[in-house]
Design a protein around this ligand. Structure first.
Ligand code: NAD
Length: 421
């Protein structure tokens, strides 16, 4: 199943509860705009190379569109579409005033020099500067891009439109980036787990965790879960997988990964078969690396009772249906990993107000937003007698549809879309 089909499946599963018409479903599933541009860049050796760049703008009913920009050899338009739509639902779940977008350039950033990447980024901005902006569409870093990429975008965009740091988020702090942005997705995962486990009557110290991925999301989630008393017993990344039934020392693992480029060879753990990681005996599984890793092929072997989606789209619908049948709980991506976009929103707010927040304020406001979203999702899941993902989609779809209705973008049938809470 393609990524966009999986997102559409979850959307439709929720929209059934709302009694939505097919026509309305179609409007909310299809992106509003898909832009494809050719970018010509001179390499350091003088050769002229063309790259294809994309920006998919899914929905702007609730505000400017928001979503990452990835540089990857296989930027797949179908996946970009699916991720753009997930951003619409994610920003609605956490009630930040944005729609959803996603984009990227088909390129291999690891073989491009610093100056080639800079030229590529500036040339891309030349092509798309009139469709992005603080009130239109606000990109952010994603796979293969980082704070430096965002800094180049600010600089190039500002040549056309005047000084505009709010055109992107995830910038270096010196250029208007927010404190706490780096840890935000991992911190949001911690808050999501704390909120859910409180209802389950469980303390983090009672639970064992297994995490796939030790990049931005996985390493921050691991560190914060560890610091909050949770026992992280296994982790994997591209270099391999490690486990220690007594719990991994995450601070030491971070130092090791920084020095060696990965988690393999960490002296405080045994190495293990990375293919077995997702099926390990544990309480909480946090897939925080890739999409589509829990599938119909391996779902029956997953032992964790709780699955917290750090990555975007890690669970295929067939696996999700099985987990529901088995009474497992999935904390869905559009809520669990929303901490990043929430702090991106704080960055945008700080840029527009030309004001700086302390890290404590960022973390406290993030906690408030995650806790409110959790309560909203829980109320809908309870009243509709459904799983948390469907509850989150119900919340998101109804917020987007209601915003579209009151703006007068569609006919009155939008107004019918009110979930019962
Ligand atoms: P990243 O590039 O920083 O880290 C990815 C990690 O996954 C690395 O440790 C890498 O080694 C590991 N990995 C790659 N392939 C693997 C494999 N086959 N098995 C095990 N590990 C593997 O990326 P990230 O920013 O941490 O993003 C991870 C996921 O979370 C993506 O799905 C991304 O879209 C999603 N996400 C990220 C953010 C954010 O703020 N960074 C926010 C929301 C969602």
């Amino acid at each position: 199943m393609h990524a966009s089909e999986a997102t559409a499946y979850y959307f439709k599963r929720a929209s059934k509860h709302l009694g939505m018409s097919e026509r309305l479903e179609k409007i909310l599933i299809m992106p509003k705009r898909e832009v494809k541009v050719e970018i010509h860049v001179e390499l350091d050796n003088g050769e002229l190379v063309s790259y294809t760049g994309f920006r998919v703008q899914h929905d702007n009913s609730r505000g400017p569109m928001k979503g990452g920009l990835r540089y990857h050899p296989e930027v797949d338009p179908d996946e970009v579409n699916s991720l753009a739509s997930l951003m619409t639902w994610k920003t609605a779940v956490v009630n930040v005033p944005y729609g959803g977008a996603k984009g990227g350039i088909s390129c291999n950033p690891s073989v491009l020099s610093h100056s080639e990447l800079q030229r590529l980024t500036r040339a891309f901005v030349d092509e798309i500067h009139d469709i992005i902006g603080p009130t239109l569409d606000v990109p952010a870093p994603d796979m293969g891009t980082n704070a430096q990429t965002m800094a180049w975008i600010v600089d190039q965009y500002s040549k056309y439109h005047g000084w505009t740091p709010a055109v992107v988020t995830g910038k270096p702090v010196e250029l208007g980036g927010s404190k706490g942005r780096d840890a935000a997705t991992g911190r949001g995962i911690l808050f999501a787990i704390q909120a859910f486990m409180q209802d389950e009557g469980k303390a983090l110290s009672d639970l064992t965790f297994v995490i796939q991925g030790f990049g931005n999301v996985g390493s921050w989630a691991a560190l914060l879960i560890h610091q909050a008393g949770g026992k992280v017993i296994a982790i994997s990344d591209l270099t391999g997988a490690i486990h220690n039934p007594k719990g991994l020392d995450i601070e030491a693992l971070q130092r090791h990964a920084k020095e060696t480029g990965g988690i393999a060879g960490f002296p405080g753990a045994e190495s293990m078969d990375a293919n077995k990681l997702l099926m390990m005996d544990c309480d909480v599984l946090v897939p925080a690396a890739l999409g589509n890793v829990l599938t119909k092929e391996n779902a029956a072997d997953v032992k964790a009772k709780y699955i917290v989606e750090g990555a975007n789209g890690p669970t295929a619908p067939e696996a999700d249906e099985l987990f529901i049948k088995q009474g497992k709980h999935v904390i869905p991506d559009i809520f669990a990993n929303a901490g990043g976009v929430v702090v991106s929103y704080f960055e945008w707010v700080q840029n527009i107000q030309q004001f700086r927040w302390s890290e404590d304020r960022v973390n406290a406001e993030l906690r408030t937003i995650m806790m409110e979203a959790y309560q909203d999702i829980k109320a809908l899941a309870k009243s509709n007698n459904c799983d948390m993902r469907t509850g989150a989609f119900l919340l998101a779809i109804s917020r987007v549809a209601q915003a579209a209705a009151v703006r007068g973008l569609e006919n009155d049938s939008f107004c019918m879309i009110r979930p019962t809470a």
